[in-house]
Design a protein around this ligand. Structure first.
Ligand code: XIL
Length: 327
């Protein structure tokens, strides 16, 4: 009978099992913080390090909430993934009202310096740039940063982050690149060029927002063989591989809730088992702590249960599936 926690099993394997965390809940909900301490050895801020959260106006930086997370991990011997320095979907309005491109460039550079500087020595890694590509493999034309600063802003962000913080591993993070497709090919070419040209990059984050059945708000669950081939080519570049934002939607599946939860458990298990065979795989993070606070219901507009702990913080079949994959 195995009654080790997820955290203990992950430690033994020298990998990280993590969850996206809300610092307000961490401070007010003992069950939430207790579950985190017990079951996880890594956390990431769901929102607390995003541009709008730490840099609400031009001259003002607010790190109070994100620092709650840092203290929590120091107290509990956990690691943090920093998320995220550059993401066009987390830019506050005050930035978007500026038109002078030189000024925008200064803000961009200063933001990275300040934020990476503040958390220097405290983070395991940074998602330096998040979601810069579109499905067709081109840079996302909706990106404010692309439109104002051009494609070179990605490389620039990595260079500045590394200049300020030489210890954190620097990641490119993206959704919908779990298998080989136009987008993952484009990301692959970019990060391969970065490694060839000495642009400081150390890892690649695969978000893994997936769903079973009929889902409009998620990627299909990747087939293990196809996932393995794709992850391996990134690992072969010498990059660390993280699953950074996993959730598995099930509201589109037919059958009973019990059947849905078992199908979901099989997905968690297969994904982790596949990853464990990838040489540079180091971390699997779920996007939330329990189903009670998952972002999926508000995104999809209907209830769901995409994580490994339920609304009452109890372990689901998916939790036991991860335990079995690690045991
Ligand atoms: C989401 C959060 O979960 C929400 O609370 C917020 O309203 C929007 O952002 N890809 C990412 C994450 O990289 O930062 C996003 O998080 C989910 C999609």
């Amino acid at each position: 009978m195995n009654n080790k926690t997820l955290r203990e099993l992950a430690n033994k394997r020298k990998i990280y099992i993590g969850a996206a965390v809300n610092p307000k809940l961490l401070e007010t909900d003992r069950q939430y913080s207790g579950l985190l301490e017990k079951e996880f050895n890594m956390i990431t801020p769901e929102n607390a390090m995003k541009f709008w959260a730490v840099h609400p106006s031009e001259k003002k930086y607010t790190f109070k909430n994100a620092d709650v997370l840092v203290r929590f991990t120091q107290k509990n011997q956990m690691q943090i993934r920093g998320h995220t320095l550059v993401w066009h979907k987390s830019i506050p309005d005050w930035v978007k009202t500026i038109h002078d491109e030189k000024k925008i460039k200064n803000i961009f550079e200063e933001h990275i310096r300040e934020v990476a500087g503040h958390f220097k020595e405290k983070l395991y890694c940074w998602d330096v740039v998040n979601e810069a590509f579109a499905d067709n493999g081109k840079l996302d034309k909706n990106s404010f940063w692309l439109n104002k600063l051009g494609p070179k802003h990605i490389e620039l962000a990595f260079r500045i982050a590394h200049e300020v913080d030489q210890n954190s591993k620097l990641f490119y993070n993206e959704w919908g690149i779990e298998v080989i497709n136009q987008k993952s090919n484009a990301v692959y070419e970019m990060v391969r060029d970065f490694t060839n040209q000495g642009v400081p990059i150390h890892g690649i984050g695969f978000q893994m927002h997936v769903g079973l059945g009929k889902n409009q708000m998620a990627e299909d669950v990747p087939e293990p063989g196809k996932l393995a081939i794709n992850l391996k080519r990134f690992s072969d570049l010498g990059l660390e591989v993280h699953i950074t934002e996993m959730d598995v939607q099930i509201q589109g599946l037919l059958g009973t809730q019990e059947e849905r939860l078992c199908a979901q458990a099989r997905v968690y298990r297969k994904i982790l088992e596949t990853c464990l065979h990838i040489p540079n795989f180091r971390a699997l993070i779920q996007w939330g702590v329990t189903d009670k606070f998952s972002w999926i219901p508000s995104l999809a507009g209907k209830p769901d249960a995409p994580l490994i702990f339920d609304e009452n913080y109890s372990p689901k079949p998916a939790y036991y599936a991860l335990i079995e994959a690690l045991a």
